[in-house]
Design a protein around this ligand. Structure first.
Ligand code: ITT
Length: 206
C-alpha cells in the first residue's frame, strides 16, 4: 500500500443522487474531486457481490484500476424488516432494471402490505470503499439509518426510495426533509464521515 498523498479522488458512482450528496461532504478535503463522467470509455462494473461491502469494494477496486486514481465508491440500499431485508443489495434493480422509481416504490408498498404485517421498520445501509491508485482497498466504512416505510410516497427531495422512508425521530420522509437534514443523519452521511476521518488521519489531510 502506498502512503503517498493523493491529490485527486474519483467519486465512482453513476447515480447522480449519490453524487449530489457525496460532493458537498468531500469539498473540505484538499483533493480535487473527479467524476466518472470524465471517463466515458470506462467499463461499468458488474455488481456480483451479495453484500454491500463486497459490491462497494468491487466498484472501488475496478474503477481505481481503470483510472489509476484514488477512488471512492458507495454501495447502498434499503432493507425492509418484514421483507426479510429485501430489497437490500438489489435495491437499484428491485422489480426489474427498467422500472421507474414510482413503479419500484409501488411494488415495495404492495409487497409489504401483502405480508399482512404491521411491522413497517426499515433501514438504509451504505458502505463506502476507498481504493488507492493501485486498486487496493484501504478503507471500508458503514453507515445505517433506521426508520419506517410510509403508507404512500411523499415529497420530491432526494432520490430512489426517499419518498417512502421516514427516519426515526422525524415525521417527514427523506423526500420531504431538507437536504441539510439528510446530509446530517443519513446512512451515507455516517459512512462518509468515517471515510473522511480515515483519510484525514491517515494522510493528515486537514
Ligand atoms: P452506482 O453503483 O453507480 O453507485 P447505483 O444506483 O446502481 O449507482 P447501488 O447499486 O449502490 O447504486 O444501488 C443503491 C440503490 O439503493 C439506489 O439506486 C437507490 O435505489 C437505493 N438507495 C441508496 N441510498 C439511497 C438514498 O439515500 N435514498 C434513496 N434511495 C437510496
Amino acid at each position: 500500500m502506498t502512503n503517498r498523498l493523493p491529490t485527486e479522488l474519483l467519486i465512482a458512482t453513476r447515480n447522480e443522487g449519490k453524487v449530489a450528496e457525496l460532493r458537498p461532504m468531500l469539498v473540505e478535503l484538499p483533493l480535487s474531486l473527479r467524476s466518472l463522467k470524465e471517463f466515458p470509455e470506462i467499463d461499468e462494473v458488474e455488481e456480483t457481490g451479495t453484500t454491500f461491502s463486497e459490491n462497494a469494494a468491487l466498484k472501488a477496486r475496478s474503477y481505481a484500476e481503470q483510472t489509476r486514481l484514488w477512488t471512492l465508491s458507495d454501495d447502498s440500499g434499503l432493507e425492509v424488516y418484514a421483507l426479510g431485508g429485501a430489497p437490500g443489495v438489489y435495491s437499484a434493480r428491485y422489480g426489474g432494471a427498467d422500472l421507474s422509481y414510482d413503479e419500484r416504490i409501488k411494488r415495495l408498498l404492495d409487497e409489504l402490505s401483502q405480508t399482512g404485517s404491521d411491522d413497517r421498520r426499515a433501514r438504509f445501509v451504505c458502505v463506502i470503499a476507498i481504493a488507492n491508485a493501485q486498486g487496493e482497498i484501504i478503507n471500508l466504512s458503514t453507515g445505517t439509518c433506521e426508520g419506517t416505510i410510509a403508507r404512500a410516497p411523499r415529497g420530491t427531495n432526494g432520490f430512489g426510495y426517499d419518498p417512502i422512508f421516514v427516519p426515526d425521530d422525524y415525521e417527514q420522509t427523506f423526500g420531504e426533509l431538507l437536504a441539510e437534514i439528510k446530509e446530517k443523519i443519513s446512512h451515507r452521511a455516517i459512512a462518509l464521515e468515517a471515510a473522511r476521518s480515515f483519510l484525514q488521519n491517515q494522510f493528515s489531510l486537514t
